[in-house]
Design a protein around this ligand. Structure first.
Ligand SMILES: [Zn+2]
Length: 311
């Protein structure tokens, strides 16, 4: 890890929570926030909040402020001011441009339908058939940019899941780092953000487990360090789908925060408190001491196969 190894004065643990401002926090997002914050507290780390608002087509006005207000109500305390992806758009575009000029990425004018028709079916969706890699279209501001993948296997050890291995070319294919509407894709933005924010530990929902090799691949190409990853089980609805703000999943209320915190704690199979917990401060003091990653439920039990790239 070339970047952080040099920085011996830097903190040992910097964690983060990165909600999208598409609606209020629901129980699923609260579980991810609780796991991430408890892990940071337990390791005497710092914890940051970042608003993942790069997809401006989905951002709901006022949602970012509402989420921060909810987090305060649940007693989360973050380091510094929250970062916003929309304030980094020019940085993302510059990096995308450099990846193209270095021959690591290419413009693509295939439609979703083209890819579906010509692509092989992969576990994460259709595999890009390589059409524009061989014959790229003229550069244009509003064209998809895809990163080239190769047959090398990407391996990493997830703190909670164990060994994960993915062959990007076979399992994912050349993937989108800039969308056809010109916005940086999630995979690119998250990698740049974690680097800029000097994140050392990523704790998030297991719906992103199979995106992690794409992010590691980008980190390698950009010469960034790799944070430690830990993926938590995700909360599913009655139909076995991930709770989504778009589905108007029931938001959690910060008016009576302790029962929701305890429910999230219990979902993560954490040790029950011996004595009643009355305040959020009491909860977080208890959580900081008692957080135990070895009792987390196995996230592989509830992984979804058909998530889309932007979810
Ligand atoms: Zn194409």
């Amino acid at each position: 890890m070339p970047d952080r190894a040099d920085d011996s004065a830097g903190p040992i643990y910097v964690g983060r929570f990165a909600p999208s401002p598409t609606g209020l926090l629901h129980f699923g997002s609260l579980v991810a926030a609780v796991g991430s914050y408890a892990d940071a507290l337990h390791q005497d780390g710092t914890w940051q909040v970042r608003i993942d608002d790069i997809d401006e087509t989905r951002a709901v006005p006022g949602a970012a402020e509402a989420i921060l207000h909810q987090l305060e109500g649940f007693g989360f305390s973050w380091h510094g001011e929250p970062a916003y992806q929309t304030q980094r758009k020019s940085i993302y575009q510059e990096i995308i441009g450099k990846l193209v000029s270095d021959g690591l990425a290419f413009y693509c004018d295939c439609s979703r339908k083209d890819v579906l028709a010509a692509g092989r079916k992969g576990p994460q969706g259709p595999i890009y058939p390589g059409t524009c890699r061989k014959m790229p279209p003229q550069e244009e501001r509003r064209l998809t940019v895809r990163l080239k993948t190769d047959q090398a296997s990407i391996k990493f050890s997830d703190r909670f899941v164990g060994q994960v291995c993915q062959n990007l070319a076979f399992d994912v294919g050349d993937y989108v780092i800039r969308r056809s509407d010109g916005f940086a894709a999630y995979q690119l933005a998250v990698v740049v953000d974690d680097h800029l924010d000097r994140i050392t530990h990523v704790v998030r929902g297991a719906d992103l487990l199979h995106s992690t090799p794409r992010q590691i691949h980008l980190q390698t190409l950009l010469g960034y360090g790799r944070p430690a990853y830990g993926h938590l089980p995700i909360v599913l609805d009655d139909q076995g789908r991930k709770l989504s703000k778009q589905d108007k999943a029931r938001p959690v209320s910060a008016n009576a925060p302790v029962p929701s915190l305890l429910a999230a704690w219990e979902f993560l199979n954490q040790p029950a408190p011996d004595s009643p917990i009355g305040t959020t401060d009491e909860f977080w003091t208890f959580a900081a001491t008692n957080w135990n990653t070895t009792s987390l439920p196995d996230p592989e039990d509830n992984l979804l196969d058909n998530q889309t790239e932007q979810d």
